[in-house]
Design a protein around this ligand. Structure first.
Ligand SMILES: [Zn+2]
Length: 52
């Protein structure tokens, strides 16, 4: 099961975020917002964030 890479929450819907230091991680909406507000997200790759 997926879990938030930051707070470890499970069983929730996760968002793909490209962290400036950690790289691509799955985080919950709460943490995503936090990263967004702290300007820790890398822009320009959100549309093609899938690394498969
Ligand atoms: Zn979280």
């Amino acid at each position: 099961m997926e879990e938030c890479a930051l707070c470890g929450k499970k069983g929730i819907s996760l968002l793909w975020a490209f962290h400036k230091e950690k790289g691509g991680i799955w985080v919950c909406a709460e943490c995503w917002k936090k990263l967004y507000e702290d300007n820790m997200l890398v822009y320009g790759s959100s549309e093609s964030g899938c690394a498969c």
